[in-house]
Design a protein around this ligand. Structure first.
Ligand code: ADP
Ligand code: MG
Ligand code: MG
Length: 888
């Protein structure tokens, strides 16, 4: 097994082995771009190290071999006293984990070689600046020294010299600082800063391996659902120097705007700087466009390279580069993160440029991004006081109480408060706070700052670099001019415009929703450009998808919205709402009925009401299928609460005026009380024990359909029986339904073509699906109940109690109620599909329940061959898109 690859040996498809950074450094090397030579240690080596606590034995020799080759090529040895080769040791996992893993620059410097570097470069200040940086980074990330100690010493040195930026420190000051830094290392790490270059490198390599398992890294992986066992690669890269004076510098750039997708020059540049200076916000960066006047040759070359990269990766790339005395070097590239809106725009732009086709465009966006675009936004008309303006780093409209540290953010959000985390700038330690907050606001840093990158990755609203804000974390407040915002004051931040408001700003629907609602069409302004892109992508998805998408809707209003959103029918109409409100009394009468007469009269009053509901519904879905589920929930849900009623009756009794009806009700409530209502008298069981109930519902459906037919409508009702466990249950209900339908048809002179099917939501139903299909014309998988009954836990009871523990222990990657559990519940679905179709080849198959609108689950349902998914109206566009992505 080979553990080390030269940059010339890898390529961009080897991310599993070389990590993203290593694979792309290799790709750029092979494209002939100027990349400082180096090599990559594989993730396999990291895995061995993490499992056994030691690097594989062959690794040392392989590293030596590659190092020797690198030294030969560069014409100097690592740490060589009179002319040292210096390298960086850089982490790089398969998925980029911003700020999570640590990189050490300038490895190879020592008390001896710093002098050599000074002579060779002719710049003593530069040599000592590099050395102090090495001790600082190495001390912090490899030896575990508190980084603040170095920062404070640096600040102190600047104060003593009365200068404000590090570049104003002279060689002599830096020499002093190096002495201090070495002392800090000695006292904190209880060892001297290593003077041997190879030891520095080996320790740094192991530290990168170790950094895979820091708490921060683990938290980030959990949040982003990145598997914990991938490991990181390590890149050893010969150093190039951006801190060699004003003709040197370092920068970051995007090939397009990651917020809008527009082409242009986007990035930041910092003269005479190294490494992370540009994103850490220690000095003010200049916009990348300014590089043109600073160093035209490098600027032109960079623009050329960015174009090469875009055409090569056929996507937005972000890059890190350094200029050393007028010579441009590429240090990193990757396909860049982007906002949801930019993802849609870029995908269509790339189609127009002929770089990708429509199928590929579908893969460049996803349902989660579309869902994000459907969030409401701030009402521009109703804004309160504008506090300031920063950079629109990650879109969305967030309102919450101002908090100035992560600890408070977490504490307050746990107690149900919405908070906005406000920091001067964020760092990896703020991750938990960022997760807890509604949005993030910083006063420093640009689009590539930690806050911006992480927030975009999480889909969280973020405004950064709002410079008018003076953030004072110690006193837990910020000031803007003479305005003071204390902890707990409400602020609103708009991640799409960068605006920050005092107080709560009301929100309005997003343009994408306005578009789906049919209230907005393509046009010229910014929102419409997004709408046009969404429109095109949705058209691609609709063209290729095989799954149909229906809505869960119980009334005409929802049904009409669902139609506007593209629903191709109703997959689940729950009838229980038709028993609520003022109709509850009739239901009470039905439940309390002692005689057939009483029961029949109760049902007779319900019939016309239900019929009227169905007429409206069928009209709103004219020409499209409407699946009506007969009554499902346990009856006690329609009766008063047991405790409340007991108290009422007891009070009345003590006053000796107990009401006869209440007494009977109480009796009934007691009788119907169940330990496990979820597993009790509900679904088809109601139909079997309450004479006439299902017959009444079927009659209401059939008469409504007949009326629509006679009004020249096109009703397509499907009657669905819930909670069936065995075909016998279904047969009994079915026979009765057939009788009722025949009666209605005869009476109205219509041919209704009603179909009758069942939900598959009990394991027994799934296991005997072949038999059940004898009596069912369609199956609709009720994956909510199926998940509950397969796992043996009730959603209402367990989500709050032990799911977090399960998620933390990695038993679930995600709640099985959110994304279908493919191995368990999914396996039952798959076998029921096969058995059902074996019995009845034209069996119609669908799914209703939350999973129908979940992206990952939609792909699964496509794969097992369902005919449709059904979900809530607002999820329909997401389901359409994902169904298209699954098929493309
Ligand atoms: P991250 O994953 O946090 O981006 P990197 O490995 O890219 O970490 O390194 C951090 C910074 O150091 C980057 O700005 C990068 O450009 C710079 N850097 C890394 N290696 C070198 C090198 N060999 N020469 C000059 N700068 C480097
Ligand atoms: Mg970093
Ligand atoms: Mg980097």
């Amino acid at each position: 097994q080979k553990f080390v690859y030269d940059f010339t040996e890898g390529n961009k498809d080897l991310k599993d082995l070389l990590g993203g950074k290593g694979a792309n450094l290799a790709e750029m090397t092979n494209l002939g771009l100027p990349v400082p030579p180096g090599f990559t240690i594989t993730t396999e080596a990291c895995k061995v190290y993490l499992e056994s606590g030691e690097a594989p034995t062959e690794l040392r020799d392989e590293v030596s071999e590659h190092l020797t080759a690198l030294e030969a090529r560069m014409g100097k040895r690592l740490g060589q006293a009179d002319d040292p080769l210096l390298v960086s040791v850089r982490s790089g996992a398969k998925f980029s984990m911003p700020g999570m893993m640590d990189t050490v620059l300038n490895i190879g410097l020592s008390d001896a070689s710093v002098e050599g570097l000074a002579v060779q470069s002719g710049d003593e200040r530069f040599a000592w600046d590099s050395y102090r940086r090495l001790i600082q980074m190495f001390g912090k990330t490899v030896l575990g020294v508190d980084g603040d100690l170095f920062e404070e010493a640096l600040e102190e040195a600047k104060r003593a010299k009365k200068v404000s930026v590090d570049t104003d420190l002279a060689a002599a000051d830096l020499k002093k600082l190096v002495k201090q830094f070495k002392k800090i290392v000695e006292s904190q790490a209880r060892r001297a800063f290593p003077q041997d270059a190879r030891e520095q490198m080996d320790l740094a390599i192991n530290a990168v391996f170790d950094s895979w398992n820091t708490d921060r890294a683990k938290l980030y992986r959990r949040q982003e659902r990145i598997p914990g066992d991938l490991g990181t690669a390590v890149n050893v890269c010969s150093m190039v120097f951006g801190n060699l004076g004003p003709d040197s510098g370092t920068g970051v750039a995007f090939t397009r705007d990651p917020a809008s997708g527009h082409q242009g020059v986007y990035g930041d540049y910092l003269q005479n700087a190294q490494g992370e200076d540009v994103v850490a916000g220690i000095r003010n960066t200049v916009p990348l466009a300014d590089l043109e006047s600073i160093d035209k040759k490098s600027y032109d070359q960079l623009m050329q390279i960015m174009e090469t990269l875009e055409n090569h990766y056929k996507d937005l790339c972000d890059i890190e580069f350094t200029i050393e005395r007028g010579q441009l070097w590429m240090l990193q590239t990757r396909v860049g993160k982007r906002t949801a809106g930019a993802a849609f725009r870029i995908a269509t732009q790339l189609v127009d440029q002929g770089l990708i086709d429509e199928a590929e465009a579908l893969q460049r966006v996803n349902g989660a991004q579309l869902a994000q675009l459907m969030f409401p936004r701030f009402d521009e008309e109703a804004v309160t006081e504008l506090l300031g303006r920063g950079i629109a780093a990650s879109p969305g409209a967030a309102v919450g109480k101002a908090v100035f540290d992560s600890y408070t953010a977490i504490k307050w959000s746990r107690s149900g408060e919405k908070v906005i985390l406000i920091r001067r700038e964020t760092n990896p330690d703020d991750l938990d706070g960022m997760i807890a907050a509604e949005g993030i606001l910083t006063s420093r840093g640009g689009k590539t700052s930690h806050a911006a990158v992480v927030a975009r990755g999480m889909g969280k609203t973020c405004v950064c670099g709002a410079e008018e804000l003076e953030v004072d974390t110690k006193r837990r407040r910020m000031t803007v001019g003479d305005r003071v915002i204390e902890e707990g004051d409400v602020v609103s931040i708009d991640g799409s415009t960068g605006k920050v408001y005092l107080g709560e700003v009301p929100v309005v629907p997003s343009p994408v929703v306005e578009y789906f609602e049919g209230r907005m069409h393509a046009g010229a302004d910014d929102a419409d450009e997004l709408v046009a892109a969404v429109h095109r992508i949705m058209a691609y998805a609709d063209r290729v998808r095989r799954l149909r998408v229906r809505a869960n809707a119980d009334n005409a209003e929802d049904a009409l919205r669902a139609r506007r959103f593209g629903a191709q029918g109703i997959g689940l109409c729950r009838t229980e709402h038709m028993f609520l409100g003022e109709r509850r009394e009739m239901v009470e009468k039905l439940i309390l009925a002692d005689t057939d007469d009483e029961r029949e009269s109760a049902l007779a009053t319900l019939l016309p009401l239900q019929r009227a509901d169905f007429i409206e519904l069928f009209e709103s879905m004219d020409g499209l299928p409407v699946t009506v589920r007969l009554l499902d929930p346990p009856l006690h849900e329609f009766l008063p609460d047991i405790t409340e009623l007991s108290v009422r009756v007891a009070l009345a009794e003590s006053r000796k005026d107990a009401n006869e009806n209440d007494l009977r009700l109480l009796q009934a409530v007691h009788k119907l009380h169940e330990q496990n209502p979820m597993l009790g008298l509900r679904g088809v069981r109601l139909g079997l024990v309450i004479p006439g109930l299902f017959a009444m519902q079927v009659r209401a459906i059939a008469e409504a359909a007949a009326q629509r037919k006679n009004a020249k409508g096109d009703p397509r009702a499907e009657i669905m029986i819930p909670l069936v466990g065995t075909v016998q249950e279904l047969e009994i209900v079915r026979d009765e339904a057939d009788r009722v339908i025949a009666e209605v048809q005869a009476a109205t002179g219509t041919d209704l073509k009603l179909t009758i099917g069942t939900m598959i939501e009990l394991p027994r139903a799934a296991l005997t699906a072949g038999q059940i299909a004898e009596a069912a014309q369609f199956f609709s998988f009720g994956t909510n109940d199926l998940t509950q009954t397969v796992w043996g836990f009730s959603r209402d009871d367990v989500e709050a109690s032990f799911f977090t523990a399960y998620l933390e222990k990695g038993i679930f990657g995600v709640s099985p109620f959110e994304t279908i559990d493919k191995d368990g519940v999914g396996a039952l679905v798959r076998s029921a599909v096969e058995a059902g179709r074996a019995t009845r080849p034209d069996l119609k198959l669908g799914v209703c329940g939350e999973h129908g609108g979940d992206p990952e689950s939609v792909h699964f349902f496509h794969e097992v061959g369902l005919d449709y998914v059904s979900c809530s109206p607002f999820r329909i566009p997401v389901a359409r898109l994902e169904a298209g992505r699954a098929a493309a």
